[in-house]
Structure formats: C-alpha cells, structure tokens
Design a binder for this molecule. Structure first.
Ligand code: SIN
Length: 368
C-alpha cells in the first residue's frame, strides 16, 4: 500500500461516456485528483448482509463448478460463477463465506467497474478515499496502477514486513468486504498475500490473548494525507486518527480477530511508548511470520479477490516495477465501527464448516 500520490500528467483526452479503465491504463496515468471536499465521515450502523447468508451457502455454491479451499485457515477459490450475475441470496451467501474464509478468489471475471460499483453497494456504503486519485466521475474507485514509471522512492528502504495492512482502518467505520479486480499483470510477480486475523489471534497464548482483549489502538490516516499534501493534492476530508479495539469481534461469525497492522496502527492506548512499540512489533512479526495462516494469490488477468478487511490483513508484493504494468480497481464498502464483545468466541473454539467441491465431481462435501 504505497502512497498512491505521484504527481503525474493526467490524460486529458475526451473520456468516452463509459470509461474502459484497462484501455486507459495502457495509454498512461488516467486518475485525477480533484479539489473536491467531502463532509467528514460520521459513525453509522451497519447491518451486514452475511447475516442473511445460508450456512450451507447452497445458492452460491451449488452452481459453482469448483470450490477449492487453498489453505485450512484462509482462502477459497471458486470456479464457474460470474460475480455480476449473482442474485441477492448469492451475494448474502458470499458475504457469509468471505466472513468465514477471509478471502475468496474468482477467476475469469467479466465484471466491469460500473457493475463493480453496483455490486459493492450490496455490502455497505462505498468508501471514498480522503486523498487517492480516481477515475473521472468515480471517486469510490481505488485504482491500482504501477509500472516502471511509478515513484520508487517509497520502496528504496521498504521492507514488505511493513506492507501488511487492512484498508483504511483509521476510518470510524473501516472497510468490510472489499473487491479487487486486476485486468493487467506483469509477466511475473505482483502476487498478493492475505493473513487471517482469526488465526493470528488463535495462535497466541491464552494469557496474552486476555491481555490484548483489554487494549485499544490508535489508527492514523495522517501519513497518507501528509504524503498527499506534499504531492500538491487535495485532502478531501479532515484527516483523522481513530481508536479501535486490538481484538475485534466479527459481527457475522462472532469470532475474535486481531485488528492491528503496520499499515495504519500507530500506538496502543494507555501504555508507555516503549511498551506500545514492543507489543505492536511483536504482533506485526507474528502476522508477517504466520505462514500457516497466510494465502498467496498468483493473479491471472480478470481475477477478482473478495476479502474481509475486518478479519484479514493483506500485503501486495511490489517486485514487478521493472517487469511491467499491474492494473486494476478496488471497491471498498464500509462496515461497522469495530467492537469487542467479551462473550465472543475464537474461531478455534467454534465449529468450522468446510466447503470443498472438486472440479468435475458431483456435489460438494461439508466436512465438519
Ligand atoms: C490493496 O492494498 O488493497 C491492493 C492489493 C493489491 O494491489 O494486490
């Protein structure tokens, strides 16, 4: 998640009525940085569509041709469905499946950015970023566009250990289900990793879990907004720092997830600076080293990843800037204000349903 704030020459040609982002990306930088200001976000109630999901997810999974669990703790790949064709119940099932599995991948997706925006609205109000550039007329669309012309200063001393994040956690209502479609890829590289916040919590010892459950942490949007100001861009809302619980309860699964990451968490409330740094650095290393609860996606063009920012962290691998263009778009619905319910369970203490439908076999198995 590098600061997407390069000063670039914007293509000024007349846009067609419907933008073809892939075509534009191959011509050059197309995002714009308008001086528009937005009212500050205020807390809102979020009712998650995952509550209406069928525990068996029959509407979603019956028509799929393959449902493949990529690791025990996180990541499922589904074949044979087109996201833009899903009906209401299938979307609700998807919300529940992603809440459980953390991230779900769909290959060969035809969905375009306009359909993506409509699709995203089912899962929550679409987040508008405080400073990132966006396609003309589409402030809710977050563009991924990196190649050999990208600003490399960010990467000179960057360790990908610090690349783990969940999106815009400084917001009062941070992101819930989030969608990214990549339509252009370098010949090699540009993978993305996700880590399970549920399993990250479960891998800690009970006394340390208890200790963390009483804590809150500060999440900050100031690094991003300051980078934007340095680049001469408008910051469209008052930049904020927000306090969220270190362990949050997922409203749909009821499971506890670790909720700190190096991207936006800055300190633990109520402890000394040294203590805060020690706790956070331990947790960041715990996430980065948790190869038993991570999944790594090798993108193909037109893959869509759908992840739950409440219970996962992700890390885009910037190893390809010399290789070629990586381009796509992200839609980021917001969810509830994070909370911790002391009565909630860990995933490890819950019955976890598995979904496996092998390619070219009949039916799928629920292995409890
Ligand atoms: C993101 O951080 O949301 C984008 C991930 C990616 O580019 O793979």
């Amino acid at each position: 998640m590098p600061p997407n704030t390069e000063s670039v020459e914007v293509i000024t040609e007349q846009f067609e009525k419907k933008l073809n982002l892939k075509e534009l990306a191959h011509k050059g930088r197309y995002v714009i940085y308008p001086t528009t200001k937005y009212p500050d976000y205020e807390a809102f109630e979020h009712v998650d569509p995952g509550h209406k999901g069928d525990p068996a997810k029959k509407a979603l999974l019956d028509p799929a041709t393959a449902v493949i669990e990529l690791t025990p703790h996180i990541g499922t790949e589904i074949h044979g469905l087109q996201l833009h064709e899903l009906n209401e119940q299938q979307k609700n099932d998807l919300a529940l499946l992603v809440a459980e599995r953390g991230v779900v991948f769909f290959r060969k997706q035809e969905i375009d950015v306009y359909q993506g925006r409509e699709f995203g609205k089912h899962f929550g109000p679409l987040h508008i970023h405080q400073n990132f550039g966006h396609p003309e007329g589409m402030p809710e669309v977050h563009v991924i566009h990196f190649d050999e012309n990208s600003n490399r200063s960010h990467f000179k001393t960057f360790s990908h250990q610090d690349g783990w994040h969940s999106d815009v956690t400084y917001e009062i209502n941070p992101a819930g289900l989030t969608f990214l479609k990549l339509d252009t890829l370098p010949a090699v590289g540009g993978d993305t990793l996700w880590a399970s916040g549920y399993a990250a919590y479960d891998r800690l010892s009970p006394p340390f879990q208890k200790f963390l459950e009483g804590l809150e942490a500060v999440h900050s949007g100031l690094d991003q907004s300051n980078a934007a100001l340095r680049a001469g861009h408008t910051v469209r809302r008052t930049p904020i720092e927000t306090v969220h619980p270190v362990v949050r309860t997922h409203p749909v699964t009821g499971w506890k997830s670790l909720f700190v990451q190096p991207g936006f968490t800055r300190s633990i409330v109520g402890v000394s600076k040294r203590e805060s740094e020690a706790i956070l650095n331990f947790l960041y290393a715990h996430i980065a080293g948790g190869v038993d609860f991570q999944v790594r996606l090798k993108w193909e063009e037109n893959t869509v990843a759908v992840w739950d920012n409440r219970s996962t962290f992700h890390n885009a691998v910037f190893d390809y800037l010399d290789v070629g263009l990586r381009h796509g778009w992200r839609i980021t619905p917001q969810a509830e204000k994070p909370y911790f319910d002391p009565n909630s369970k860990s995933k490890a203490d819950s019955t976890v349903r598995r979904y496996v439908k092998e390619p070219a076999t009949e039916g799928y198995n629920f292995l409890l």
